[in-house]
Design a protein around this ligand. Structure first.
Ligand SMILES: Nc1ncnc2c1ncn2[C@@H]1O[C@H](COP(=O)(O)OP(=O)(O)OP(=O)(O)O)[C@@H](O)[C@H]1O
Ligand SMILES: [Mg+2]
Length: 254
């Protein structure tokens, strides 16, 4: 690690999870630094979502420990822990009977921020994700397109100044151009805000584009983390299988 003395932002130490007697995650260890995006890349059923759910204590590990900023999360109040972490999932999870502004302001309100400060924060976030509050704040989730809802989900995850974001295949269902725009926005927000993220996907091109490091997860086991460059050169069988799914880029005329 480059900074020997610094405590990693998020650490998994030999974490396993068992479901119905079967090991769904097995001996998972990694350390994530501030500002990094660790992409967990794996095929369906490999244990990606389970890993995210362990971080915010929706599931308890069978063995091993998870540390957030040096604190063992098992010793933290789960509700307080979840408020420190933003979670963006594929179907966004916005409450359908609440306006976009009310959804985005949920956690700051729970934290007891004064109303004016919540409103100011919500407006700032909606602008950051390209949903001008004057136009979108008072709409309901069903009055937005899928990509706009996804952006509202990201705004909500950022609302309480979370320093850790968990993404579970958030852009999978979008058309390729919208997906690309959201990926660019994600990179921009990450670089501006220095947020650490754990990003789950089965899309290798997304992993290469967004990950500062990539971890292949196969049958509940996490391989060595690789930079995108290392991943591209990897000879590992599962890495090659993923790389083989990449289309050959169509050539532009010279
Ligand atoms: N509630 C449950 N009861 C029993 N087994 C479960 C449960 N939830 C998940 N599993 C199993 O645990 C394994 C890992 O599931 P997980 O949801 O973590 O996979 P994933 O990598 O997120 O897959 P996907 O890409 O399809 O979302 C799978 O084999 C799944 O069938
Ligand atoms: Mg999943």
């Amino acid at each position: 690690m480059a900074y020997g003395a610094a405590i990693p932002f998020l650490t998994f130490e030999d974490v396993s999870y068992r479901m119905n007697g079967r090991l769904v995650l097995q001996g998972v260890s990694f350390a994530l630094e501030q500002g990094e995006t660790l992409v967990l890349l794996g095929r369906s059923g490999s244990g990606k979502t389970t890993a995210l759910r362990l971080v915010n204590r929706l599931l308890p590990p069978a063995s091993g420990k998870i540390f957030l900023e040096g604190q063992d999360i098992a010793t933290l109040d789960p509700i307080a822990l979840r408020r420190r972490i933003g979670y963006v999932i594929q179907d966004v999870g916005l409450l359908p009977h609440w306006t976009i502004a009310k959804n985005v302001g949920l956690v700051p309100r729970l934290e007891g921020w004064p109303a004016a400060q919540v409103e100011e924060r919500v407006n700032e976030l909606l602008r950051q994700v390209d949903l001008p509050p004057e136009e979108y704040g008072l709409r309901y989730p069903h009055q937005l397109s899928g990509g706009q809802r996804q952006r509202a989900g990201v705004a909500r995850a950022l609302a309480n100044r979370s320093k850790l974001l968990l993404f579970d295949e958030p852009f999978g269902a979008l058309d390729p151009i919208t997906r690309h725009e959201l990926q660019r926005q994600f990179l921009d927000l990450r670089d501006r805000l220095g947020i650490a993220s754990l990003f789950v996907t089965h899309d290798v091109s997304e992993a290469l584009q967004l990950g500062t490091r990539i971890g292949l997860i196969e049958d509940g086991k996490l391989g060595e983390l690789m930079t995108p460059d290392e991943f591209l050169k990897s000879e590992q069988v599962e890495a090659r299988r993923f790389l083989d799914t990449l289309p050959v880029s169509p050539r532009r005329p010279e």
